[in-house]
Design a protein around this ligand. Structure first.
Ligand code: ADP
Ligand code: X2W
Length: 259
């Protein structure tokens, strides 16, 4: 296996609505674990949150790809992400023979968290803090499955974008970050996959409005880690069985974000 460092694999929320996609992903994860590759699975669940908010008569507002999270929405957001989404993935992991530990950013002193921007409400910004808990889990050969709910030192539950959550964990364990979404990677204005992107190309495509919303957050998270580590970060698809197979072999998939 080419990847010796811990693989920090982030999956977007649309996966949770695709039973076959979850099963394929867990098979790939089980193969990697069997080959001695340590894996931390970080997950989103934005679409599940959307559904739960609507079911409770609440409005969804996003600013630049981030959900504005007022206090009255926190129980729903936490339930959907740290509860339902996390346990759906743990159940699928168990079915694939993986021993997992369901956790959140708030566990084990893993990150420090603060309010990102008052305009966003209870949205968190996290920094890597202490890898003891994650390393313990990984040391057992288990797979941590981490939701993006953090807790501030003031005792507030905070909603963190899951790409940014994965960024903090990748930095913490000096891992290899792969962001898996429902698209094959970053697409150009004609819907074609872009194989490779650097900082100035990203800035240009963002300015042109070609990269927007959730993908803007994702690409910026990937660039931050690529620059911090001095090595590329991949953005690929959990939908694509071939990309998953390449990933298992330690190969490059989707769009490579270069430092
Ligand atoms: N240039 C782009 N290439 C690919 N997807 C893009 C682009 N610009 C915006 N998007 C949108 O970003 C989405 C991926 O971001 P997001 O929904 O946050 O994913 P996830 O939930 O997997 O983290 C795509 O489904 C697409 O709708
Ligand atoms: C602050 C913020 O935007 N939090 C995200 C957390 C979940 C997430 O990021 O889910 P995806 O990976 O599926 O997009 C949200 O509430 O949707």
């Amino acid at each position: 296996m080419a990847t010796k460092s811990v693989l920090v694999l982030k999956v977007g929320g649309a996966l949770l609505q695709c039973e076959m996609g979850i099963a394929r992903l867990m098979t790939a994860a089980a193969e990697m674990l069997a080959a001695g590759q340590q894996v931390i699975l970080v997950h989103g669940g934005g679409c599940l949150v959307d559904e739960q908010l609507a079911a409770n008569g609440k409005e969804t507002i996003k600013l630049d790809g981030l959900r504005v999270t007022p206090e009255d929405q926190i129980p729903i957001v936490v339930g959907a992400l740290a509860g339902t989404s996390n346990k759906i993935l743990q159940a699928a992991a168990a079915k694939a023979g993986i021993v997992s530990v369901g956790m959140s950013l708030g566990d084990g002193n893993t990150v420090s968290a603060k309010i990102k921007d008052e305009r966003l409400g209870l949205v968190g910004e996290v920094e890597p803090k202490d890898a003891t808990y994650l390393n313990f889990i990984l040391g057992q050969g288990w797979m941590p499955i981490c939701s993006s709910i953090a807790i501030s030192s003031q005792g507030k539950m905070l909603n963190v974008n899951a790409d940014q959550a994965a960024t903090a964990l990748a930095k913490l364990v000096n891992g290899t970050l792969v962001l898996l979404s429902d698209v094959s990677g970053v697409l150009d204005g004609k819907g074609q996959l872009i194989n490779c992107l650097n900082k100035s190309e990203i800035e240009y495509l963002v300015a042109q409005g070609v990269i927007e919303k959730g993908m803007k957050v994702k690409v910026e998270a990937a660039l931050e880690v690529a620059q911090w580590m001095g090595k590329p970060v991949q953005i690929a698809s959990w939908r694509d069985a071939e990309q998953l197979k390449t990933l298992v072999k330690g190969g490059s998939v989707g769009t490579q974000i270069q430092p």
